[in-house]
Ligand binder design. Structure first.
Ligand code: HEM
Length: 219
């Protein structure tokens, strides 16, 4: 039997997921004491992605590939704005730098919205299933972190209670199963998900460099 789209996305991006998890910046976040300015840099640059992705999904909500996974309860733009306001203050949008990788990522999403809206599904997969999975572990870490005032700035990870997160995960996976599919389309969607991980990797690398986390490695 052919693997479902959900299975293919999970299996074929697994190695890239592992690389993202092990990136310098994510490891620093997982340690639980990330400096507030560095965490704000992450949120500010992720905001640049969601603020393009979500209107693009809205615009193409009726598209046959997007409609099954169109779940506005997942949207993160306002939650990110809440956390950035709480952690940095009202001027976050002008005072926190946008990195080239985030600008490039937003550009890719704009191009897709204009010419290949079906591929937006892959970016929704990488972001929202990530937020609903590993994001829920990060929520605990950020909440406990004394550097991040976690009690007041975890809206980004908040999808309601655990039941709501599981329901949204199930709804998204069911949606993936309902997308009209053929071999060529599945290949294009999986390739785009791989690109989404690579764009994240580039962003994490730039964040690690600008935040001074990169250490010289032995050859
Ligand atoms: C901080 C590091 C991270 C940790 C600890 C983490 C952890 C996890 C865990 C435990 C799962 C559930 C795996 C399963 O159900 O078998 C998961 C799923 C997922 N994560 Fe991550 N993750 C991290 C970073 C990321 C990043 C940076 C992205 C995106 C760029 C991402 C995207 C995803 C996606 C798309 C899934 C769903 C896989 C699927 O079931 O199809 N994760 N993650």
């Amino acid at each position: 039997m052919n693997a479902s789209l959900a299975e293919r996305l999970r299996i074929e991006t697994r190695a890239l997921h592992t690389a993202a998890e092990r990136s310098e910046f994510m490891r620093e976040l997982l340690r639980g004491q990330m400096e507030r300015t560095n965490y704000c840099a992450l949120l500010r640059n992720l905001h640049a992605v969601y603020v393009v992705l979500e209107p693009a999904l809205e615009r193409h909500a009726q598209h046959p590939t997007i409609a099954p996974i169109f779940l506005p309860l997942l949207w993160r733009t306002q939650a990110l704005e809440h956390d950035l306001y709480a952690l940095h203050g009202a001027a976050w949008a002008t005072e926190l730098a946008l990195l080239p990788a985030a600008i490039a990522y937003a550009g890719r999403l704009r191009d897709l919205a204009a010419a290949q809206p079906a591929l937006l599904l892959s970016h929704a997969y990488v972001r929202y299933l990530g937020d609903l999975s590993g994001g829920q572990m990060l929520r605990e870490i950020v909440a406990k972190s004394t550097t991040l005032d976690g009690a007041h700035a975890i809206a980004f990870y908040d999808f309601g209670d655990a039941l709501a997160s599981r329901e949204l995960t199930r709804a998204f996976r069911d949606g993936l199963g309902a997308v009209p599919m053929n071999h060529r389309k599945a290949r294009a969607l999986v390739d785009e998900a791989k690109l989404a991980f690579e764009l994240h990797q580039r962003l994490f690398d730039e964040l690690a460099t600008t935040c001074g986390l990169v250490t010289l490695r032995q050859p």
